[in-house]
Design a protein around this ligand. Structure first.
Ligand SMILES: Nc1nc2c(c(=O)[nH]1)N[C@H]1C(S)=C(S)[C@@H](COP(=O)(O)O)O[C@H]1N2
Ligand SMILES: [Mo]
Length: 318
């Protein structure tokens, strides 16, 4: 059971999340940025990530002329609150997590619901490399060479019916292996982490399930063994360590819109024109760069995805 503090504790006695977050922002603004961390010897030592098994990749799609963010940054600077709130926590704390064996439950509005082993989930799909720009709502961005396959190809196999309008995703709950899930009073987030996509977004050819980065199986901190990647949306839509994929009728709840609905909507499309109460969305800092660069509409993927949102007020449906 998740126990939250009663609402009548005076706010002076508890540290609101915004204060924790602000403290980290201040550190970052003081120059303790990811690039600074990664350049430092202490950081190098703690960021050393065990390499995964080599994956066989059959094709490659590069969607940006920018070079990929170095492996040590992609694996050393992460958000994965199940392993803690700070960017270096996932790399440091995810060692005890065991992504194998793994199974995924497919349920809801489809002809073939069931619980499948990861091997069964992956068997019919050939793996592709997809080099995507990624943009976190906090203002940093990366270029990541993912290895995966289109989510739409997987969804088809389970034969969704006409009621399947959205896909809901659920992450694993394993407090024994995930130190961030053991925190109480208050819990870091309500577990499990959940996300969702509209059916057309889920089946868009750019939307992939990833099993690797840099030609190797995913490190734990990046969402082993299976995570979502939707490059025109903010990073938090890319739910990690997925255990359930549900075909649903109604727009599902998502972790961050439940936490702070004014800041995080269901769509969460990268949009420099929609302001966020804490982080600027108009520019971003590519990890490894010194200067910020403008953030592009739909993270630069407008040509491929804008038509899905024709006629929608994207300030209202943020
Ligand atoms: N289960 C789970 N998935 C998650 C998160 C999380 O805390 N828990 N963080 C999200 C956020 S905020 C970001 S920016 C991306 C980061 O993915 P990366 O570490 O592979 O760059 O994962 C997303 N997926
Ligand atoms: Mo994020």
């Amino acid at each position: 059971m998740l126990i939250k503090p009663p609402n009548n504790i005076p706010s002076s006695e508890i540290t609101p999340r915004s204060v924790y977050v602000r403290r980290r922002e201040i550190l970052r603004l003081l120059g303790l940025t990811a690039s600074a961390f990664i350049a430092g010897p202490r950081r190098m030592a703690s960021a050393a990530t065990t390499h995964g098994a080599k994956l066989t990749v059959t094709s490659r799609m590069v969607t940006t002329p920018d070079s990929p963010t170095p492996f040590d940054a992609v694996t050393g600077f992460n958000n994965f609150y199940e392993f803690g709130e700070d960017k270096e926590d996932p790399a440091q704390n995810s060692g005890p997590f065991k992504p194998s064996p793994w199974s995924v439950t497919i349920d809801g509005e489809c002809a073939k619901p069931g619980t499948y082993t990861l091997e069964d989930i992956l068997k019919p799909h050939s793996l592709q490399e997809r080099v995507y720009r990624m943009r976190c709502v906090e203002g940093w961005s990366m270029v990541v060479p993912w290895v995966g396959f289109p989510l739409g190809d997987l969804l088809k196999r389970f034969q969704p019916n006409g009621n399947a309008k959205f896909i809901a995703f659920t992450s694993v709950i394993r407090p024994e292996e995930m130190v961030g899930q053991r925190r109480r009073f208050p819990a870091i987030l309500p577990w499990p982490y959940v996300e969702g996509l509209r059916m057309d977004e889920a089946t868009h050819p750019l939307t992939i399930l990833a099993v690797g980065i840099y030609g190797e199986t995913l490190p734990n901190q990046n969402g082993a063994p299976l995570r979502l990647v939707v490059p025109w949306k903010y990073g938090f839509k890319g739910i990690k360590s997925i255990v359930k994929i549900s075909f649903v009728r109604k727009q599902p709840t998502t972790t961050w819109s439940r936490e702070w609905p004014e800041a995080y909507g269901f769509y969460s499309n990268v949009n420099p024109n929609v302001t966020h109460p804490r982080y600027s969305q108009s520019t971003e800092r590519r990890i490894g760069d010194f200067f910020r660069r403008p953030t592009l509409m739909f993270n630069g993927y407008a040509d491929q995805v804008a038509s899905m949102y024709t006629g929608m007020d994207l300030r209202r449906f943020y």
